[in-house]
Design a protein around this ligand. Structure first.
Ligand code: FAD
Length: 393
């Protein structure tokens, strides 16, 4: 098998890995993009909305606009949300965030993962500096030196590159090959996702109700449906996933306090076990982590892919241009900056999940008070909205 030489190799062409390949190719580097699973062909898309959607922050949107990707999105599949409404199962307080308070049109956009990924892939395909290896995977790291890596793909080819970026998700096999240790834990919760029809319109609002068993989000879709992310304890998830549609819709409506009336229809459901992980380091010689390979946060944050796009932005600003790839010092700078920023996000959202799970009366009263203070203090509310829109930095 022939070998190839590249400035950078990226393992994983999910939203973050493909975004990184594009950003680095725009910096002038020759990039090898390696992906195991070819995306579903357009013909397989029967028009039904993807069950996986992401709330994309204004900062991520600006990053994607800079890459020329946002402009390629199918307009009619993007739903901008103008308000966010949060409340708890117990207590009386709620918090309402409104784009108007920041003199903005919206707080972010809900986009199907498949649609966003396809746009990024299309942009990658048009870029002559990117070469695809798909379907393929990195199976061996033959060398990870101070200047270069050499890797072998499952298909037999060997590639040399000045940097290997592991963007192959939470369980990152490339991270393991690079011997980067990580700690991981389970929340003992499962996120159920589905697209549902509701009696009342979603009003371009992202809704989140905190139940003692976990948060339930309703995110507005452009077709009028809502995408739900229902994080709940594993045993409850197992039961409700096995229920018939009528029983599922009734339980969902009740859990959501019928804020949008009855749930009148429901797509197929999917589920994801929820967990977290932290990596001991983000860089080992010429292998670097990005996206979910480097960090994961609870979906109540709606920040996982947004943090990944921030990784891409920071890396692209530190990595140099096509004439010279940055040395170890700049890679360490990337590691320090992004590790501390995502640590704050991971820790604060684990803390929020814990606070919202409390049932003891004095603690729920304090939580209520906190929510009331946020809701009634405009500068606190504005500061929180601005943080979320800038991917928490
Ligand atoms: C229920 C739920 C809701 C969420 N909602 C939001 C939200 O609203 N907003 C938000 O910002 N985030 C959200 N997230 C998080 C977000 O989905 C992830 O952070 C994001 O998908 C991570 O992207 P990634 O490209 O880093 O990794 P992945 O999406 O995991 O992509 C990894 C890619 O690598 C490929 N791969 C795997 N192994 C190999 C290999 N050995 N070689 C080559 N390729 C390989 C895979 O096929 C895949 O294409 C949510 C998560 C969940 C579970």
């Amino acid at each position: 098998m022939s070998s190839g030489s590249f400035d950078i190799a990226v393992a994983g062409a999910g939203m973050v890995g493909a975004g990184a390949a594009l950003a680095l190719a725009r910096n002038g580097f020759r990039v090898a993009l390696i992906e195991t699973v070819p995306p579903a062909a357009d013909a397989d898309d029967d028009g039904a909305y993807d069950l996986r959607v992401s709330a994309i922050s204004p900062r991520s949107r600006a990053i994607l606009e800079g890459l020329g990707v946002w402009q390629l999105l199918e307009r009619e599949r993007v739903c901008y949300y103008e308000q966010m409404y949060i409340w708890h199962q117990h207590g009386h307080a709620s918090v309402a965030f409104d784009a108007v308070d920041l003199a903005r049109d919206n707080l972010g956009a809900i986009v199907e993962n498949r649609v966003l990924q396809r746009s990024i892939h299309n942009a990658c395909e048009r870029d002559p500096k990117i070469e695809w290896f798909m379907p393929d995977r990195v199976v061996e790291l033959l060398e990870n030196g101070a200047q270069e890596v050499e890797l072998r793909l499952g298909g037999g080819r060997c590639l040399r590159a000045g940097l290997l970026i592991a963007a192959d998700g939470r369980n990152s096999p490339t991270r393991d090959l690079a011997r980067i240790a990580s700690q991981a834990g389970r929340y003992r919760q499962t996120a159920i996702v589905a697209n549902v029809d509701t009696e009342l319109p979603h009003r371009h609002t992202a809704w989140q109700r905190f139940l003692n068993t976990g948060p339930l989000a309703f995110l507005p879709l452009a077709n009028g449906q809502s995408s739900i992310v229902w994080s709940c304890d594993d045993d409850f998830a197992e039961r409700i996933l096995a229920a018939g549609d009528d029983e599922f819709c009734a339980a969902l409506g009740e859990a959501f306090e019928f804020k949008l009336g009855k749930i009148t229809g429901c797509s197929a459901r999917a589920s994801f076990p929820l967990g977290w992980h932290r990596c001991e380091r983000w860089v080992n010689n010429r292998v670097l982590l990005i996206g979910d390979a480097a960090h994961s946060v609870h979906p109540l944050a709606g920040q996982g892919v947004n943090l990944g796009f921030s990784d891409v932005e920071v890396l692209a600003s530190l990595i140099g241009d096509g004439s010279q790839l940055s040395g170890q010092k700049q890679l360490r700078r990337y590691e320090r900056q992004r590790n501390s920023e995502t640590w704050v996000a991971t820790t604060s959202f684990s803390g929020l999940k814990w606070i919202y799970g409390l049932e003891q009366i004095p603690l729920t009263a304090i939580r209520d008070l906190g929510m009331r203070i946020v809701d009634e203090t405009p500068w606190v509310k504005r500061a929180m909205m601005q943080k979320a829109m800038q991917n928490l930095t």
